[in-house]
Write a protein that binds this ligand. Structure first.
Ligand code: FAD
Length: 276
């Protein structure tokens, strides 16, 4: 397997020209594990690490733009993320271990398109958009249109994720992320919940809720959100929303948990919001 380490996008397009079999790599924490476990070996791996344009993080008036190559550790320590996107910060803090976060990138977590990807529920709620680039040109699309299913994205041959664009969110006063795994650290989620709530004078003005690991992609339930809006955040309103949420998820049974358990936890995670 040939390794390539281009230092600019121009070099990248030359390397990828007419080579649809070449595999893109950022931190390698997903890809190399898959290849090491006997996955189909590509003729070459093209590492994006040295391409400066993919490693930037900037705030404009209306948006935060994150390069896909920014590592999870860099994001965790970045004041823009801490200040403006606390829900993304919380989800990254639960991802893997310090060693995995030092190598792993946000772009890699998104392109893996796992329903258990820890950053995805937060990014769905934040209305993140994906900028894609290839030698043929650019396009931008919402995250929910970028991910097609477990491990599947709309990326075309020789196209890369070049930026993650997050509009600066309306002010929410609850930024919550929780994942249930089989152990406390280095656990792939069995179910996760991201919640953004805007509560004014005790009444929920806006609720955004998204679950991971309970369907082929992240599940957002407008019905459960609407059940909370206009009400106080009480155990009764949360129980009603939890029932609705359990009815919209489509979990599978696997080595980590049964579908029934996942469905139950989908609702139970919501009930925790009563204690915040
Ligand atoms: C021990 C261990 C624990 C882990 N724990 C967690 C966890 O708790 N939560 C979690 O969500 N994940 C976890 N992971 C998975 C992984 O670490 C993360 O998904 C990480 O963010 C992947 O980033 P990466 O840069 O290493 O991706 P890579 O391995 O480099 O790439 C992943 C995929 O994305 C593609 N890709 C990468 N960058 C681009 C790009 N810019 N454009 C197009 N395609 C691209 C690659 O081709 C590949 O298919 C764990 C992995 C390990 C080994």
């Amino acid at each position: 397997m040939i390794p390539f380490l281009p230092e600019s996008l121009e070099d990248l397009w030359k390397i990828l020209h007419h080579q649809p079999e070449y595999k893109i790599m950022s931190g390698g924490t997903d890809l190399l594990v898959r290849l090491g476990a006997g996955g189909k070996q590509p003729p070459a791996v093209v590492c994006l690490e040295k391409i400066g344009a993919l490693n930037t993080l900037e705030k404009t008036k209306d948006e935060i733009r994150i390069g896909p190559g920014v590592t999870l550790t860099e994001l965790l320590h970045n004041h823009l993320i801490q200040e403006h996107l606390p829900i993304l910060h919380k989800s990254i803090s639960t991802l893997g271990s310090p060693l995995i976060r030092n190598m792993g990138t946000l772009g890699g977590n998104i392109c893996t398109a796992s329903p258990a990807g820890d950053t995805l529920p937060a990014l769905y709620l934040l209305d993140a958009r994906m900028a894609l680039q290839s030698a043929r040109g650019n396009r931008v699309l919402p995250l929910q249109n970028f991910i097609k299913g477990p491990g599947k994205t709309v990326l075309a041959d020789n196209e890369i994720l070049s930026s993650i664009i997050i509009p600066r969110p309306a002010p929410f006063n609850i930024h919550h992320f929780e994942k249930v795994g089989q152990r406390k650290a280095l656990a792939i989620s069995v179910v996760s919940l991201a919640a953004l709530l805007n509560i004014h004078k005790g009444i929920v003005k806006e609720a955004r809720l998204a679950w991971g690991s309970v369907g082929p992609t992240i599940v957002r339930s407008r019905k459960a959100e609407a059940a909370l809006e206009g009400k106080e955040l009480t155990l009764a309103s949360l129980e009603h929303a939890a029932t609705l949420a359990r009815s919209v998820v489509s979990p599978i049974s696997d080595v980590r948990a049964s579908a029934d358990y996942r469905r139950k936890v989908t609702g139970n995670l919501l009930l925790r919001l009563a204690a915040l």
